[in-house]
Ligand binder design. Structure first.
Ligand code: KIV
Length: 302
């Protein structure tokens, strides 16, 4: 079955029917294919690729060209899901032109939309991208590109004043024309407050933001159990232990190779027994006959 491609209109229709959108990150062709086949609605090619795929300490060290490699793999895979490319650090902050060029490169690589972090202070960049015809998702709450200012991976929006500040940022993004806002690591009540107060035209998704939002995002490495690192957010539910399965498979393979058990006869190419006998006999001779008389005889080292 080839399901129809998800669009912003599909996502709005889900919200209108009070159905939750299913949103995961993916960075490579196989994972995006499996997610797409499983029927997820949205795939984020997150700058979290820096940590999940490249083993870097934070998202600040990944650039546009590296993101484009991941984006091309995912957009090739996604037949159904709406694909969002995550604009990396300094690919949109410096100027409107930088933002439009970076977002344009993601759209040219097959993304349906882009995401950028921040509220009022990035609203002009959002407006510029939207005016260039690009669908933009905002990202508020814990914004890892501002890790230095936030002082670490901390829950945001924990007081009424902080929730009101989030709402003001959400309203700035709404005025700038975002189609959606992602809230990361905020209490469920704060997320509900923001979602209810921004206009109905803006979709509000959450990652670690509780259930009162229009859909849930999770980092695929976290839910699949193949993140190699220390960070383990409490909002993640583990659905598999892929890392353990992969490590176990490599251990079994190493054991079989070292024991001479792999490859077995079933993993070898079969040929005519007469040819096999000739080749076996040739293994003991010291020279190989040339293909033509012009070709010199080749010495074979024993
Ligand atoms: O890069 C990413 O995966 C993200 C999510 C954590 C929201 O931005």
């Amino acid at each position: 079955m080839t399901a129809r491609k998800v669009t912003v209109a599909t996502l709005s229709a889900l919200k209108a029917r009070s159905e939750k959108a299913v949103f995961v990150t993916a960075y490579d062709y196989p994972t995006a294919t499996f997610a797409d086949r499983a029927g997820v609605d949205m795939i984020l090619v997150g700058d979290s690729a820096a940590m999940t795929m490249l083993g870097l300490p934070s998202t600040l060290q990944i650039g546009l060209d590296e993101m484009l490699v991941f984006i091309r793999a995912v957009t090739r895979a996604a037949q159904h899901a709406f694909v969002i490319g995550d604009l990396p650090f300094l690919s949109y902050q410096p100027s409107d032109e930088t933002a439009i060029r970076s977002a344009g490169a993601f759209i040219a690589a097959g993304c349906d939309a882009v995401k950028c972090e921040g509220g009022a202070r990035v609203a002009p960049r959002v407006r510029a991208m939207v005016d260039a015809g690009i669908a933009v998702m905002g990202h508020l709450g814990l914004t890892p590109q501002n890790l230095g200012q936030l002082g670490g991976y901390r829950v945001q929006g924990k007081s009424l004043a902080a929730a009101e500040q989030l709402l003001r940022d959400a309203e700035s993004l709404e005025r700038a024309g975002v189609f959606a806002i992602l809230l990361e690591a905020v209490p469920a009540e704060t997320a509900a407050f923001v979602r209810e107060r921004v206009g109905d035209g803006v979709l509000v998704y959450g990652i670690g933001a509780g259930p009162h939002v229009d859909g849930q995002l999770v980092i695929s490495h976290d839910m699949l159990g193949n993140f190699v690192g220390e960070i383990a957010p409490r909002f993640v539910k583990r659905y598999a232990e892929v890392g353990g399965v992969v490590e176990g498979a490599f251990r079994d393979y190493a054991r079989d190779v070292r024991a001479g058990v792999f490859p077995g006869p079933e993993h070898c190419y079969q040929i005519d027994p007469a040819d096999e006998a000739l080749i076996r006999a040739a293994r003991t001779t010291r020279t190989v006959r040339p293909a033509s008389r012009a070709t010199p005889v080749v010495e074979v080292r024993p």
